[in-house]
Every structure is written in structure tokens, then in C-alpha cells.
Ligand binder design. Structure first.
Ligand SMILES: [Zn+2]
Length: 390
């Protein structure tokens, strides 16, 4: 791969994308470039249609310095957050503002042909509802509930996704769209979306997604931390002891005792008609002790594992999200108490453990942001706009 051109237009676009509008002088200061270079790169980005001139008039009609912003209307991004049992799809503009969304219960275990085929149909329908067409789609972001190898983009032995091992999700979309495609683990996308919208000032950010399964996503230095094979934060199927059989077929996984799936299994045995995490939440909200006891127990087990994670990674904040997190304090309180009891005193006084602000909709926003990052990858933009400046 060619080395990054550090004075290329792509580097400038990355800075412009961070704000709502940035002036010529602010760009020069921020990038440390000469006025000539700033002018040339701005011309390249304007000619390429990547940016627009904005905010030249203030509210009193006076003139403000010329500012530049991402041309968010120059195309569309498709965003898919495919969960284990529930999926959300959305279409956004190029700045990841959601224009239309849809969600449905669909079991990922029905296999890639069925699930991705369904996603393709819904996107066609959503595009039509906006009166837009396929050719306007510039980028696609897809989250899946299993590890994705960051090098190959293929799924790696996903425990609850029979038929998906080795599947190249981008391949399905490439058959239908001429667009840049980014695929990642669902919880990573949720972490990216929640971080950007709800907690942008927090570095060393960890998001715990609790639903029927559980997983953690990390955003460190503004980037997702994925690990060697894309399995960082995949805590659900680590063996923590006990004799419960997990849905992955192994005995003693964390998910076998501390997940919506495990709680559902026990409540069904007790005669409750539970299907989704939200059914468990509804039962708990009515004060049902069978549900509350199990949520508290799950919280303690999850907190125990998260305390280990705090020891390894020292996050500044842990945000609890996912459908099961809607149970509130009975679950969150147990997680918080267990973490604070176990970590070192100086960590207990500094770490924040908070409920999500954006919640389950963060997955679609995160998928769109990942598509945006892939589409506007600096080298890609620099190459595409080379020699377009005056
Ligand atoms: Zn398991």
C-alpha cells in the first residue's frame, strides 16, 4: 500500500468532517499547512463535491468568514445492525443523519442467505420510500453478532450463527451496490454510535451490550479496538465455571448464566411466556421477583467479568446498553456494585459506569459512521481528488 500523503485532501476532509463548519484559517492552524496548500486542497475537495461552502451569513445578515462542511447530501449510506434475534436497518445522509429506519425480529441462525436477502429487500423498500435510488448509495455499514476478522472481513467461528463461518458479508452487498462496504461486530458499531453521539469527550470508552447475548466494544483514541482476529470484548462464550449448558454447546460460558438468553430459559421453565429481552424487562418492571432475582444475579456475574476487563484495559467509562439494559437499576446496580467492589480503590473512585444515552439505535448510527469512515478514508480521497485543484 502506498504511504499516506500527509498533506493530501483526504487529511483535510477528515478535519472538516469533525465539525459543522470550519474556516480557512482554522484549517491552516490545525493542519500546519501554508495558505497555498490549504487553498489547493480546498479547491480539490470543492471540485470533487466532497465539501460545500457554508455559513457565510449570520442571523443579523452580517458576513462571517467563509466556512466549509461535508457535502452531506452528495449521496446516501446504508446501515444494517444485524443482531442475534432482532435487526435494525437505516438509510442516512453522508454525515450519518438517519433519514429512515426499519426494524424486525429475525433469527440470525436462519443463515446468511435468508438474513442478508431480507436486508436487501428492506433497503430497496426504504430507498423507494425516500424516493431515492440505488445509484445514490455511496457506502454501506453492516454489523453482525459475531467476530469479523479485520484483515479479511470474514466472520470467524461465530458461536450463535450457524452457516455464517467464513462468510464474506460484503460480497452479498457488492452484488447489488457499487459502494464502499464496511463490516464489523454489532457491538463495535453500537460502541462507535453511542460514543460519537453521547460521549464524544470520553476516551478509553467501553460499551457493554446486554440482550439475549452479551459483548463489549471499545473505542480508544477515537478508534475501535478489535484485537488480533476481531474478537476483543467477546466475553459471552468465555468459560467462567458452573454447570449450565450454553446455547453455543459449551458448558459454563458467561452467557449460560448471565444473559437474556439464560434468564429467558429459566423463566420459561417457571412457566413465563418469554420471547425477547424486552419481555424480561417488562416482567421486572412489574416487580416480578423471579425476573428481578435473575437480573441481579446476571448483573453480579457480568460485573465480575467487567472488573477483570477494568484491570486489563483501565477504561474511563463503561456504558451499559442493549435491550436488557432497559431493566434499569436492578441490573445496572448489580453490575456497578460488583465492579466497584472488585477493582482497586483508585480505579473505583475514577471510573464511571452509566446507562446508555442513545441505546439500541446507536447500532445503525455506528454502522453509518463506519461506512462514512470507509468512504472518506484519507488516502482514498486524496487519490480521487489529485490534480483537481487550481
Ligand atoms: Zn457459550
Amino acid at each position: 500500500m502506498a504511504p499516506t500523503v500527509t498533506t493530501g485532501s483526504g487529511v483535510m476532509l477528515a478535519v472538516i468532517r469533525e465539525g459543522a463548519g470550519v474556516t480557512r484559517s482554522a484549517l491552516g492552524e490545525r493542519l500546519g499547512w501554508s495558505r497555498v496548500t490549504v487553498g489547493k486542497r480546498l479547491d480539490e475537495l470543492l471540485t470533487g463535491g466532497y465539501i460545500v461552502v457554508t455559513g457565510q451569513l449570520d442571523s443579523t445578515g452580517g458576513r462571517r468568514p467563509e466556512a466549509f462542511a461535508l457535502n452531506k447530501d452528495a449521496g446516501l449510506l446504508l446501515a444494517a445492525d444485524i443482531g442475534g434475534s432482532h435487526s435494525r436497518l437505516g438509510i442516512t445522509d453522508l454525515a450519518s443523519n438517519v433519514l429512515v429506519e426499519a426494524e424486525v425480529d429475525i433469527d440470525v441462525a436462519t443463515g446468511p442467505e435468508r438474513v442478508l436477502g431480507w436486508a436487501m429487500e428492506v433497503f430497496t423498500h426504504l430507498l423507494a420510500s425516500l424516493g431515492r435510488t440505488k445509484v445514490e448509495v455511496r457506502g454501506i455499514g453492516v454489523g453482525v453478532p459475531g467476530p469479523v476478522d479485520p484483515r479479511s472481513g470474514r466472520l470467524v467461528n461465530p458461536p450463535i450463527m450457524p452457516g455464517w463461518d467464513g462468510v464474506l458479508v460484503s460480497g452479498y452487498f457488492m452484488r447489488h451496490y457499487d459502494a464502499v462496504i464496511a463490516v464489523d461486530r454489532d457491538v463495535n458499531l453500537m460502541a462507535v454510535g453511542e460514543h460519537r453521539v453521547g460521549w464524544p469527550e470520553w476516551d478509553n470508552f467501553a460499551l457493554v451490550k446486554l440482550g439475549l447475548g452479551l459483548g463489549v466494544g471499545f473505542v480508544v483514541g477515537g478508534q475501535v479496538f478489535r484485537g488480533a482476529i476481531g474478537a476483543a470484548g467477546d466475553l459471552g462464550h468465555i468459560r467462567r465455571g458452573g454447570n449450565w449448558l450454553c446455547r453455543c454447546g459449551t458448558i459454563g460460558c458467561l452467557e449460560a448464566t448471565a444473559s437474556g438468553w439464560a434468564i429467558r430459559r429459566e423463566l420459561i421453565t417457571l412457566g413465563y411466556p418469554i420471547q425477547t429481552s424486552l419481555d424480561i424487562v417488562a416482567l421486572a418492571n412489574r416487580g416480578n421477583q423471579d425476573a428481578l432475582t435473575r437480573l441481579a444475579r446476571a448483573g453480579r456475574h457480568i460485573g465480575e467479568s467487567l472488573a477483570d476487563m477494568v484491570g486489563f484495559l483501565d477504561p474511563s467509562i463503561i456504558v451499559i446498553s442493549g435491550n436488557l439494559a432497559a431493566a434499569g437499576e436492578p441490573l445496572l446496580g448489580a453490575i456497578r456494585t460488583e465492579i466497584l467492589d472488585r477493582v482497586q480503590p483508585f480505579q473505583a473512585t475514577s471510573i464511571r459506569i452509566e446507562p446508555a444515552k442513545v441505546g439500541v439505535k446507536a447500532g445503525v448510527i455506528g454502522a453509518s459512521l463506519m461506512a462514512q469512515n470507509a468512504l472518506f478514508e484519507p488516502d482514498r480521497v486524496s487519490r480521487a481528488t489529485k490534480d483537481w485543484g487550481k
